[in-house]
Design a protein around this ligand. Structure first.
Ligand SMILES: Cc1cc2nc3c(=O)[nH]c(=O)nc-3n(C[C@H](O)[C@H](O)[C@H](O)COP(=O)(O)O)c2cc1C
Length: 351
């Protein structure tokens, strides 16, 4: 049924297909109890991950379909990016399928319903069975905000208690100037201010803090982020967001030159970044590998390249939600074939 629905949805323009998907999922009201093989379990950042496959930010920006996404077998779900105030994002059309490349280009620009609405949605699921599930909240800034840090501090203060972890998104290519927060002169002061705000939160409510970074940074910039993250107790790094690069191996005929590219062509780009960060941090910070994962082999490669966890988005569009179960089965097989007792033993083995 899901494969059928996916193939129908692909006939609609991408953004319309996405909103129809969200509407359909909202009305699927079953609760599926999924028991994962213990070989996939990890205790990381103080959290119990039943399996390492997570939903990447951007699919469920407003926490509307968290429950159905767990029913598809994800081990954790990251919602957002959420900004303090609701905003409509950039001009349409702003999402493009590059079907021949199994890729997407998006230029959405943090369209979301804002913190108040997202809090309401999260409160609904936090009082249910989903209370024990790992739900990350990815926060960002409004387009019009001049002092970016204020928006992140506001997001942290308001969403921390409803999250399992908070992701600071400073890597979207679709909000002007956002990615500059990653640069040396900015990032250390930025993280220190975030940490100060975190220190004001009651310790029982403190949640792990992760930073999501761009695949378009050079080696010096990656080294800076790695060292600054280490010295400021950042709990995890998410690698990577979409790229503004347009690799020459893209096969599609029409390729917008604005927006961020995700999916298959991002796989090796984000994997290279991940390996570098794993080396710069000496494997001391948990990494979440994102970019172009659509099967067990690719997931396993990310893990062997240093990722403790992975996330995906674009392969849901091309393969449908059953891809999650498929990846988990293939991953289990690969771990066992290599003679590892569990997923943790494979982390970083090929770096
Ligand atoms: C349509 C679309 C919207 C996205 N929106 C966000 C977002 O709001 N925040 C964010 O951190 N990443 C966002 N991303 C990036 C994904 O979370 C992920 O980092 C990227 O797509 C690479 O993974 P993938 O190749 O599995 O899609 C978005 C990606 C897509 C395709």
């Amino acid at each position: 049924m899901y494969n059928f629905a996916s193939s129908i949805l692909k006939k609609f323009p991408p953004e319309l297909a996405h909103s129809l998907t969200i509407k359909l999922l909202k009305f699927s009201n079953f609760n599926k109890k999924i028991i994962d093989d213990p070989i996939l379990f990890q205790h990381l950042m103080g959290l119990d991950f039943p399996n390492p496959i997570g939903l990447a930010a951007g699919f469920d920006k407003n926490a509307e379909v968290v429950r159905p996404m767990f029913n598809f077998g994800f081990g954790f779900v990251e919602i957002g990016t959420v900004t303090p105030n609701m905003q409509i994002g950039n001009k349409k059309p702003r999402v493009f399928r590059l079907s021949n490349d199994k890729a997407i280009i998006n230029h959405l620009g943090f369209n979301n319903r804002g913190i108040v609405k997202v809090k309401k949605n999260l409160n609904k699921i936090r009082n249910t069975y989903y209370n024990n599930k790992i739900i990350g909240i990815n926060i960002g800034k409004n387009k019009k905000t001049i002092n970016s840090i204020d928006d992140y501090l506001f997001g942290l203060e308001n969403l921390n208690s409803l999250s399992s972890y908070i992701t600071i998104n400073i890597s979207s290519p679709n909000t002007k100037g956002l990615r500059d927060l990653q640069l040396k002169g900015n990032i250390e002061g930025f993280i220190k201010k975030i940490n100060k705000k975190k220190s004001e939160i009651e310790s029982i409510n403190k949640k792990p803090l992760l930073i999501k970074i761009s695949p378009d940074l050079n080696d010096d910039q990656l080294r800076d982020i790695a060292l600054i993250s280490l010295s400021n107790n950042i709990d995890g790094l998410i690698l990577t967001n979409t790229t503004v690069r347009r690799p020459e191996y893209l096969k599609s005929k029409i390729i917008p030159d604005f927006g961020g590219l995700s999916g298959k062509p991002l796989f090796s780009i984000s994997n290279d970044i991940q390996k570098k960060i794993y080396n710069f941090t000496n494997g001391q910070i948990p990494l979440i590998g994102v970019g172009g994962i659509s099967n067990g082999n690719e997931c396993y490669e990310k893990i062997k390249s240093g990722a403790s966890l992975v996330q995906l988005y674009t392969s849901l569009v091309y393969s449908g939600p059953l891809v999650v179960k498929k990846i988990k089965n293939e991953l289990k097989y690969l771990i066992k074939t290599d003679g590892y007792k569990n997923v943790s033993e494979a982390i970083g083995k090929s770096v």
